[in-house]
Design a protein around this ligand. Sequence first.
Ligand SMILES: [Zn+2]
Length: 284
Amino acid sequence: MRSICAMRSLLAAAAAAASAPNVLRASAFPSRPPLLSLPFRRGRALAARNMLGAARSVSAAVQSRAGGGAAVEARAAQSGEIHVIVGPMFAGKTTALLRRVQAEAGNGRSVALIKSDKDNRYGLDSVVTHDGTKMACWALSELSSFHEKLGIEAYNEVDVIGIDEAQFFDDLYDFCCKAADRDGKIVVVAGLDGDYKRKKFGSVLDIVPLADSVTKLTARCELCGHRAFFTLRKTQETKTELIGGADVYMPVCRQHYMDGQIVIEATRIVLDLDRSTTAAKALK
Ligand SMILES: [Zn+2]
């Protein structure tokens, strides 16, 4: 796979060089420093000073640097990566994502953070963890609009793209393919693998075959404190995409997920009975 990517990159670089002979050679740019061998080894402290406020400051960096086309070639010659972080709600996925992205920024890389504009619980201009850590981001309805929003030159400068709440992006697969395979980006994706029914949520699982690494995080069961793998919805609402926090969802272990389904089903039956009794009385 990597050799095919490398071939594509070389072909793309050769084609770009032929059509734009004045751009700088890829070798004019410093090579990327070695990657961390473990995705989340570095702590939050490393990061804050170099946080880019998403990619907004990338534009300025681009403007101060000649030869944007050369950056494309340099990046295209590098192989990208895709890292996927999944788990139930309250498992620390966003925290892990921010740590990774901030660590990359601390290493001198240009980073950009994206989240879905469907989730506006904490506003649209930043990603916020349940414990209050935040980082500026781009709130988008679809990932394909990222290039346009950021600008092609700024996009070319970005080394690392973090995507939060990835289950809400229908074009996740295509975006990750292009960003990592063709554009040489490191893409770190965080999202729910399953919904409250424990069925796959959006396209997050579809990118597992593309990924360099997959990390499944767990939370603490809200009822017994054991490891929680699932998200239990506490309400009767049945649509898949229901944005909410602890008021609507809780992380649970397998046993309490099963118990919860029984309780929810029993509640539904009682409510249905109550409604039909009320309706029958109204008819009399
Ligand atoms: Zn439990």
